[in-house]
Write a protein that binds this ligand. Structure first.
Ligand code: MLT
Length: 409
C-alpha cells in the first residue's frame, strides 16, 4: 500500500488563517445579522490603481493579437519586469544585481517554503517566535523536524523569542543553526530592523556559515528613512542571504499573484565533500523544472508599479493603509492597550489584557464587537498574550471597528 508522508501528521493544527476563517464562519452561521469586520488575514482591500489596470488591459489585448500573443514565457520572468525591479528596487539603494539573480514567481509564500528544497534535510532551521507560520509548517512537511512538544514547538527547530523586552528583535542563537528565517518589517509583530541589527545578522551568518532567508514582503511600508529595505544594503549580505519580495501588499496583488526572489551568485552552500556549491543555478534548475512562470498579464501589471504614475498611485494606497495603522494604534492606546508595530509595517501587535489568552481575546472581540483579528498564539508560543490587527481594511471599516471596540470595553 502507498505510504503517506508522515511528516504531515506531525503538524499541530490547521493552517492558521483557514482556522480563523472557520471560527468566523461558525459565528456568522449562528449570528446571521452580525456585520463582521475583518482585521484578520492581511488581505488588501483597495482596488488596483489605474496605471496597473491599464497595463494589464494592454497585456490582455496583446493576448488577443496573432503577432502579440504570448505563450510560455521565460520561467525566470520577463526581462521587462526583472530590469524594472533591479533599477528601481535595488540600484536606487546602491545594490547592483544581475538579471540572472532575480526570479519572478507567483508568490513569496510559496518561494519562502520552496527554497528549502535547495538545502539538505539535516540543516537546522531557526525561526523567530512568533513567526509567519509558513516557515515552520513547510519545514515540518519537508521532514526537517521531529515531533512538536506540548507548547507546539517542533524538535530540531531553533526558536528565537521576540518579546517586548527585546523590542521584538531576536538575538542570534547560541546553538548552531544553518538556515535562518528572518522577516522584516515583521509579520506579525510589525517590528522593523535597523541597519545595525541586519549587520549583526549578516556577520553572524558569515561567521557561522549559515544562510539567511530574508522575507522583505512588507518593505514598502517602511516610513523611517534609516531602515534598510533590502538586506543587500548590508555589506557582505549577498554571500549569505536570499531575499523574498512580493507585489501582494505593495501593489494590491493578493489576487493577481506576482512576487520575486533574489538568489545572489555569490551565495554558496556546502556539498558533503566540503565543496562550496552556488545556490543560484540550482534554484534556476528547480524553478525551470517545477514552474512555468508567472502569467504575462500579472508581470505586465507588476512592471507598471515602477512607472511614474504607478509609483504615485501605489504610494497613495500604501498611505491609506498606513493611516489605518496609525488610527488603530492611536485608538487602542487611548483605550489603555499596549500596541506595537504599525509604524514601518501594516501590522499592529496588541498586548491582550492581563490574564486573557489570545484565542479568548479573539472570541471576545468577535462576540462583543464583531471584529476579527488574529490570535498571537497562532504565530507561536511567544505570541500568546498578543493579538494581531492588520491595517489592510477600508478606512471606513477600520474607523467602525475602532468605535465598536471602544464601545465593547
Ligand atoms: C498574513 O495575514 O499574515 C498574510 O496575509 C499571509 C500571507 O501573506 O500569506
Amino acid at each position: 500500500m502507498t505510504k503517506i508522508n508522515e511528516n504531515f501528521l506531525k503538524l499541530q493544527a490547521g493552517y492558521l488563517f483557514p482556522e480563523v476563517a472557520r471560527r468566523v464562519r461558525a459565528y456568522q452561521a449562528k449570528n446571521p445579522e452580525a456585520k463582521i469586520i475583518s482585521l484578520g488575514i492581511g488581505d488588501v482591500t483597495q482596488p488596483l490603481p489605474p496605471a496597473i489596470i491599464e497595463a494589464m488591459q494592454k497585456a490582455v489585448e496583446d493576448m488577443a493579437g496573432a503577432n502579440t500573443f504570448r505563450g510560455y514565457g521565460p520561467e525566470q520572468g520577463y526581462d521587462f519586469l526583472i530590469e524594472a525591479i533591479i533599477e528601481n528596487d535595488f540600484k536606487s539603494r546602491g545594490v547592483d544585481l544581475d538579471k540572472s539573480e532575480v526570479f519572478i514567481s507567483d508568490g513569496a509564500k510559496c518561494d519562502t517554503a520552496n527554497i528549502q528544497e535547495m538545502f539538505g534535510l539535516d540543516n537546522i532551521v531557526a525561526v523567530t517566535d512568533p513567526v509567519y507560520p509558513v516557515y515552520v509548517d513547510s519545514s515540518v512537511m519537508a521532514g526537517r523536524t521531529g515531533q512538536a512538544n506540548e507548547k507546539g514547538q517542533y524538535d530540531k527547530i531553533v526558536y528565537m523569542p521576540c518579546t517586548a523586552e527585546n523590542n521584538f528583535i531576536p538575538e542570534p542563537p547560541t546553538t548552531p543553526v544553518d538556515i535562518i528565517y528572518l522577516c522584516f518589517p515583521n509579520n506579525p509583530t510589525g517590528a522593523a530592523a535597523a541597519k545595525e541589527t541586519l549587520s549583526e545578522w549578516v556577520d553572524f551568518a558569515r561567521r557561522t556559515g549559515a544562510i539567511i532567508l530574508f522575507d522583505a514582503a512588507y518593505e514598502a511600508f517602511i516610513t523611517n528613512p534609516d531602515i534598510p529595505h533590502s538586506i543587500y544594503e548590508i555589506d557582505g549580505a549577498k554571500e549569505v542571504a536570499i531575499e523574498f519580495r512580493s507585489f501582494s501588499k505593495t501593489a494590491g496583488f493578493t489576487g493577481v499573484r506576482c512576487a520575486f526572489t533574489v538568489v545572489p551568485r555569490q551565495l554558496t552552500a556546502a556539498a558533503s565533500n566540503g565543496r562550496a556549491v552556488e545556490v543560484n543555478p540550482l534554484w534556476n534548475r528547480r524553478h525551470s523544472t517545477k514552474f512555468n512562470g508567472a502569467s504575462y498579464v500579472s508581470q505586465a501589471g507588476a512592471a507598471a508599479v515602477y512607472t511614474p504614475e504607478g509609483r504615485k498611485q501605489t504610494r497613495q494606497i500604501i498611505d491609506i493603509y498606513m493611516a489605518n495603522a496609525a488610527l488603530i494604534r492611536k485608538s487602542l492606546t487611548k483605550l489603555g492597550y499596549k500596541a506595537y508595530g504599525g509604524v514601518n509595517a501594516p501590522y499592529i501587535w496588541v498586548k491582550t489584557p492581563a490574564g486573557v489568552g489570545s484565542w479568548d481575546f479573539f472570541d471576545q472581540l468577535l462576540q462583543k464587537a464583531n471584529v476579527v483579528g488574529t490570535p498571537g498564539a497562532g504565530f507561536g508560543p511567544a505570541g500568546e498574550g498578543y493579538f494581531r490587527l492588520t491595517a489592510f481594511a477600508t478606512p471606513a471599516n477600520v474607523k467602525e471597528a475602532m468605535q465598536r471596540i471602544a464601545n465593547s470595553v
